[in-house]
Ligand binder design. Structure first.
Ligand SMILES: Cc1cc2nc3c(=O)[nH]c(=O)nc-3n(C[C@H](O)[C@H](O)[C@H](O)COP(=O)(O)OP(=O)(O)OC[C@H]3O[C@@H](n4cnc5c(N)ncnc54)[C@H](O)[C@@H]3O)c2cc1C
Length: 403
């Protein structure tokens, strides 16, 4: 039996961040990570297309929390303790500069996730964190004083146990067995499969700012929309997939969406089209895209509005004008399934947040049992927010344990 002061199960983003900060803040504590893989930080490696979207340039806690469909309320307090700005400073102090991209996502200047991995490995070594690779945790139990941990190799004993196993089902089952409630895992962050004549031939087209509603629900989003070979993607869709993760799973990913491509009301759009009918009378509708719409998308919507490529503005009848206004402001599409977004997937579900003390990330059911990262029922939209949850929870666990 190997004895440590602190054991962290899971050598991912949250586990490493917790371990390093504990060991740095209290060098007297012996700290170990038990990682089932032959290497840790696997998701960090592939994250952000190999660039690692470390965090997001959003510096107001009350704004930042809005990106978490699950965890919004609970993370407000923790973000007042450790926020995006603290993440930037943490890496800066260790020689890693982060840069902000136009959409607010933040990456290491090197554009390589290996920079983050190297930093974590160096810091872990510097602060004498023991990392046990190929140690898969099978079970843990407590006698109210110590935690005994069974692994695929030796067993361990510790006073403080941090569970940072991401979305590992076996560990969730184990925690359930100990009395914790687990919200059932469902996928979040996915793109929509749509087979539709209007978008079939135009993959790659981007509508820069649309509004989307999921019919018969309260789900709504806005932002850029990308037409793909399979359907639709980009932030407007990904936000819906995250905020609607449970609802859309219930519907088995078959539902209808209504898109407003130009963010104007039907009536307002119709009025504008009537003016255009006068002003552009001799031009063909097909060739004169309006509302700053991508030309190829505009053309598909014209064909869907009972017109052909020769129809002139002057010749448009009432039915065609209304059909076009309809396509522009409330186009209905049938979604039939989902696809993975750039291999980036996140799981909604995990430890019920009511059973966690968010001042410390300690279990309310067991003393000296802590959680960090995606093992909790917390997840975010794409943009660096999921890692921020790992850093914040890891840091707060560390602050509390190292006291
Ligand atoms: C392809 C991809 C790209 C992504 N890109 C981004 C991005 O750019 N920005 C962002 O914010 N988020 C991104 N995410 C989400 C982000 O990676 C996760 O939210 C984050 O990794 C969660 O960290 P974690 O430490 O909680 O879990 P994980 O990173 O999943 O780590 C859990 C660790 O625990 C280990 N483990 C599990 N079970 C056991 C066991 N029984 N015994 C021992 N060890 C165990 C696992 O092997 C793993 O190493 C991406 C996700 C994917 C899949």
């Amino acid at each position: 039996m190997i004895k440590k002061d602190v054991i962290i199960v899971g050598g991912g983003a949250a586990g490493f961040f917790a371990a390093i900060n504990i060991a740095e803040q209290n060098p007297k504590l012996s700290v170990a990570i038990l990682e089932r893989g032959k290497e840790g930080l696997g998701k960090v490696k592939v994250s952000g297309g190999g660039r690692c979207n470390v965090t997001h340039a959003e510096f107001m806690p009350q704004e930042l929390v809005l990106n978490y469909p699950r965890g919004e309320k609970e993370l407000l307090g923790p973000f007042h303790q450790f926020m995006t700005g603290d993440t930037i400073e943490w890496f800066e102090k260790r020689g890693i500069e982060l840069k902000i991209e136009e959409d607010g996502r933040m990456f290491p200047v090197s554009n390589s996730s290996q920079t983050i991995i190297n930093c974590f490995l160096q810091e872990a070594k510097k602060h004498k964190v023991d990392i046990y690779y190929n140690y898969s945790v099978i079970s843990f139990k407590t006698d109210n004083e110590f935690w005994e941990i069974e692994t695929s190799k030796e067993n361990f004993i510790t006073e403080k146990l941090v569970v940072a196993t991401g979305s590992n089902t076996k560990i969730w089952k184990l925690l359930e067995h100990l009395g914790h409630s687990i919200s059932p895992p469902v996928p979040s962050l996915f793109t929509f499969n749509i087979k539709d004549e209007r978008i079939k031939d135009i993959p790659g087209v981007v509508a820069s700012n649309v509004e989307i509603k999921v019919i018969d629900t309260d789900l709504y989003s806005e932002g850029p929309l990308l037409i793909t070979h399979w359907g639709m993607s980009a932030p407007a869709i990904l936000k819906l997939s995250a905020f609607g993760a449970l609802e859309l799973a219930k519907r088995n990913y078959k539902f209808q969406i209504e898109i407003n491509f130009i963010r104007k009301s039907f009536g307002n759009c119709l009025d504008i089209l009537k003016v255009l009918k006068q002003d552009l009378a001799k031009k063909t509708v097909y060739k004169s895209a309006q509302f700053e719409m991508p030309k190829r998308l505009w053309q598909q919507l014209i064909l869907a509005s009972h017109m052909d490529i020769e129809t002139r503005w002057a010749d448009m009848n009432k039915m065609q004008l209304e059909a076009l206004a309809n396509q522009l402001t409330k186009a209905i599409f049938y979604v039939d399934g989902k696809s993975t977004f750039k291999e980036e997937f996140v799981t909604a579900g995990g430890i019920d947040l009511k059973e966690v003390n968010f001042k410390t990330f300690e279990s309310k059911l067991y003393k000296n049992l802590y959680f960090a990262g995606e093992v909790l029922n917390i997840d975010a939209v794409t943009g660096g927010f999921n890692f921020q949850n790992a850093w914040t929870s890891g840091f707060i666990v560390a602050k509390h344990i190292s006291k």
